[in-house]
Every structure is written in C-alpha cells, then in structure tokens.
Design a protein around this ligand. Sequence first.
Ligand SMILES: [Zn+2]
Length: 236
Amino acid sequence: MNQEIEALIELQKLDISIDGLKNKAKEIPLCIEKTKTDFATKNTNLENLKQELSEVQLDKKQKELDLHTKEEERKKHQSELNKVKKNDQYFALQNEINQLGKDISVIEDGILNMMDAAENVNTKIKQEQEVLKQEEGKLGQEIDRLNGELAAINNSITAQEAQRREIAAKIPPDSLHLYERIRKSKKGLAVAEVKKNNSCGGCHMTLPPQVVNEVRKLERLVVCESCSRILFWKGE
Ligand SMILES: [Zn+2]
C-alpha cells in the first residue's frame, strides 16, 4: 500500500508538471504571433515615410509643370514686346512679364523646398530601413529562440509521459482508474495530504480521527469524505 500511494503521489507530480508544460507549449505560438505583429507595426513607419516621399515628389512635379507654363507665357510676352507700337500696351506687357518673373521665382523657391523635403524624407527612409534590417535580424533570432524553447518543452513532455507510463503500470487498475476519475473532476489534484491538524490538504475539511488512523495504517486507499480525494499521510 505504501508503494501504491507513493506511486500515485509520483503520478500526480508528473501530471501537474505535464499540464504546466502543455500550457507553456500553447503560449509559445501566441508569443511568436505577437513578435511578428510588433514587427509589422514597425514596418508601417517605413510605409508612411514612402507615402510622404511620393506626395512630396508629386507636389514637386506639379510645381515644375506650373513653372514651365509660366516660363512659356513669359517667353511669349517677351516676343510680343517687339511687336507692340503703343506705349501703354508696352508697359502693360512689361508689367505682366514682371509679375510672371515674380511668380516664377516663388515657384522656383517652392521647388527647392520640395527638393530639400524629399532629401530629408529619403534620409529618414534610409535610417528606417537600417533599423528595420536590424529588427528583422532580432525577429528571426527571437522566433528561433521561441521555437527552440517549444522543442525543448515538447521533449520534456515526451520524457515525462514515458515516465508516467512506467509509474502507472505499477498501480493496480482500480486505483489508477479512481485517480484518473478524481483528477478529472477536481481539475488536477486527486491525491491530497492529511495536514498536521488532521484536515484534508485538498478541501481543508477536518477529517474524523478514524479516517486519519486508516490513512496512517496504509491498509487500503482512503478517500476524503467531503472532496473524494485519495488521502495520504506524509509521516511525522
Ligand atoms: Zn477533502
């Protein structure tokens, strides 16, 4: 009986350990997903910068078109200057040409600003790409590490399950069946220690003295009357 109860305690230790390992194994794929999602968020910074650059370039192109239009207009007016006869027409044209010249210089300044802006964004893009490259390396390492951890956990589960089979084989089928049934209904703890104050280590109810005596005698498996767990006495 002593060996049987010891085997049941050992079985329970393994079952608790295997449950813990299985829970850990379940968490790892979630960790991997989260690591990937975090990386994808960092990637959006780069996408935003690329978007910004294409907007600046579009803006610059529009300004270059405006510049071309105004320059053509100015050329046209300049050639007209030679053909006008009247002074007021001449001055009107001259005014228009001056105004066009001012517009052109404003547009040219704008284009220069756009070029500066594009250069700035480009620099940021290069920096971000560098950061991402490093992050990608780290991501790969982290995923490798997590997969390694998962493989190690799975190995431990296999080893402990083999150990469990060995121990279970030593327990009489009836007792093993009782253990399995209680374990299922009690979410894990099927074997409970009788505490020093004669209470059940599973449900904490005080056990009648004759029950405690029976547990100590080790003649048969004794269960707690209130929670049905198999009781054992650890000894003084
Ligand atoms: Zn109990």
